[in-house]
Ligand binder design. Structure first.
Ligand SMILES: Cc1ncc(C[n+]2csc(CCOP(=O)(O)OP(=O)(O)O)c2C)c(N)n1
Ligand SMILES: [Mg+2]
Length: 551
């Protein structure tokens, strides 16, 4: 057996049965070995950012890692943004990067580069260049264990070509499953005391605490104590919809998140970080926990969030509490010419049971959480690391993981163009993905940010950097060119009809809606003033404003 064969056998024996690839010469032995291990399904992507984002989407849904196969430092670099998103989402990925043969590196050939340095940014916890075919399978088993965590992480295994083609390799046994610890008794007692004291409290849920069992445990605690449940801004995987507990997501805009957090005296973190502003803004706070609020970490990402929440519920005598569950409720089907809110309504009106929603709708999706709150239960996958170009690749991976569930990719135009090649992989693999393109012909959010950061000037040259009009992107043509049937819709009636058709037919579809920016004209100009004024308003008024602009 050569190294590559032993590597792939080790991967599939450990349950890593999908590999998202964009190979080159140094990976040819890995590619050749695919035919000797039929349990491994390799999925070709036409850009590394698609492969890495697909591995992320796959693991979020399959609850086990996929592998990637990337070509040296340049290929890894191309895939970096979506590995960054996976790292922030604590998503496990076995990131395999081919390299020159060990004896070739000293010649500094054309593709030679420092792969480990590139990898460390997204794989701070585990990077290794395998040194021999005999060591390779063991290295792979360690990479799988490291990737799985918890917390999940991107483990990068660098595979020199001679290690791959060298003979005398043997597969390694799968790593034993990790048993994450439950919160210590004194931590549970302290959190229970904080929640019992009748103070203003909230539990901030992130990571694995946004899955159904943990949500149920948290909402029992909320029902028994009156504490508020919050979810992190961009969840890795949030289960929501009719029949599930409802949690309020923190807003992306720090000014609005501050309104949600105002007045809290205790904040209990469960697999989540204390909230901070996405960016620094002159004269504004970075750390969003209100002054004087005590932060308790019930469970870190390395711990068992569910068991810790259940232990806390027991300590509070809340195990038998009956939490309120979200009633089924859909908005009416929109009619007439479309805007962003009507697209969100249409999606909510026809969302099928068990859908997986990969949400990269950006500003156009601002009313989506409210519209879909009572839709049939679904999984929401968000932009965990803020590096755009994630939504379509994540949809690819989710559809590979869950071929029987409808995947809906909600894509803003600017974000879609980073990894538009995802459409080709969807067509080739026959994936059940419906991509809805919110085409506002703009980097709309950056128009808000331009005002918010207080940049001086901001004239026509600045605005042209944020404007995508001319030439107008034609997403129907782009999709057709990659084998995906596509339509452009102009009315609510057309959109709901096309959505239902797309979901009922097998394979991928794209629906383009050309819509105005949610923030333009007076609304855009008023936004920074309104955001600044929020802090000075009485809390109930500020909350009402927040609900209005970011429901
Ligand atoms: C990898 C990466 N590059 C650039 C950015 C900066 N950025 C943030 S939002 C954005 C534009 C988003 O435009 P679009 O996807 O059309 O959404 P809209 O704001 O129009 O709703 C850009 C370029 C980023 N977040 N990530
Ligand atoms: Mg846009």
């Amino acid at each position: 057996m050569n190294g590559a064969q032993a590597l792939i056998r080790t991967l599939v024996d450990a349950g890593v049965t999908r590999c998202f690839t964009n190979p080159g010469t140094s990976e040819m032995h890995f590619v050749a070995a695919l035919d000797t291990v039929p349990e491994m399904r390799a999925v070709l992507a036409l850009f590394e950012g698609v492969a890495t984002g697909a591995a992320d989407g796959y693991a979020r849904m399959a609850e086990r890692p996929a592998a990637t196969l990337l070509h040296l430092g340049s290929g890894l670099g191309n895939g970096l943004a979506n590995l960054h998103n996976a790292r922030k989402g604590k998503v496990p990925i076995v990131n395999i990067v081919g390299d020159h043969a060990t004896y070739h590196t000293r010649y500094d050939a054309q593709l030679q580069s420092d792969i480990e340095t590139v990898a460390r940014n997204v794989s701070p916890g585990w990077v290794r260049t395998s040194q021999s075919p005999q060591a390779l399978a063991r290295d792979a088993a360690e990479a799988i264990a490291a990737a799985q965590g918890p917390p999940g992480q991107v483990a990068t295994l660098i595979l020199p070509a001679d290690v791959s083609w060298g003979e005398g390799a043997e597969p390694a046994p799968p790593p034993p499953p990790a048993v994450p610890p439950v919160a210590a008794d004194e931590v549970i007692a302290a959190a229970a005391q904080a929640l019992r004291a009748g103070r203003r409290t909230a539990i901030l849920l992130g990571g694995r605490a946004l899955r159904e069992p943990a949500l149920l445990a948290a909402s029992r605690i909320a029902a028994a104590t009156g504490t508020k449940l919050l979810a992190e801004v961009f969840p890795t995987r949030l289960e929501r919809g009719a029949g599930l507990p409802e949690v309020e997501r923190l807003a992306y805009l720090a000014e609005l998140a501050s309104v949600q957090l105002a007045g809290l005296e205790h904040l209990v973190l469960v697999d989540a970080k204390a909230p901070v502003s996405f960016f620094a803004y002159p004269g504004k706070k970075s750390y969003l926990v209100p002054e004087g609020c005590e932060v308790h970490e019930l469970a870190s990402p390395a711990q068992d969030a569910l068991a810790s929440l259940e232990a806390l519920a027991d300590a509070l005598g809340a195990a038998g509490a009956r939490p309120p569950l979200r009633d089924a409720e859909r908005p009416a089907r929109p009619t007439g010419s479309l805007d962003a809110d009507k697209v969100c309504q249409a999606i909510a009106a026809v969302l099928p049971e068990g859908a997986i929603v990969s949400d990269e709708s950006q500003t156009s999706g601002v009313t989506l959480p409210a519209s879909t709150a009572g839709a049939p239960r679904h999984d929401l996958l968000a932009l965990t690391g803020g590096a755009i170009g994630q939504g379509l690749p994540v949809a690819v991976g989710a559809a590979v993981a869950c071929p029987d569930r409808p995947v809906i990719a909600l894509e803003a135009d600017g974000s879609a163009m980073y990894t538009i090649q995802s459409l080709w992989t969807m067509a080739r693999e026959g994936l059940n993905v419906t991509a809805v393109l919110f085409n506002n012909r703009s980097y709309a959010i950056l128009n808000i940010e331009l005002e918010r950061v207080g940049a001086q000037g901001g004239g026509p040259r600045a605005r042209s950097q944020l404007d995508l009009a001319g030439p107008d992107l034609d997403f129907v043509a782009l999709a057709n060119g990659m084998g995906v049937p596509a339509v452009r819709v102009e009315t609510g009636e057309e959109l709901t009809r096309e959505l239902e058709r797309a979901v009922s037919e097998p394979g991928p579809h794209l629906i383009e809606a050309v819509i105005p920016s949610v923030y333009s004209g007076l609304r855009l100009r008023a936004m920074p003033y309104a955001l600044r004024a929020l802090g000075a308003l009485p809390a109930p008024v500020a909350r009402a404003v927040k609900r209005r602009v970011y429901p």
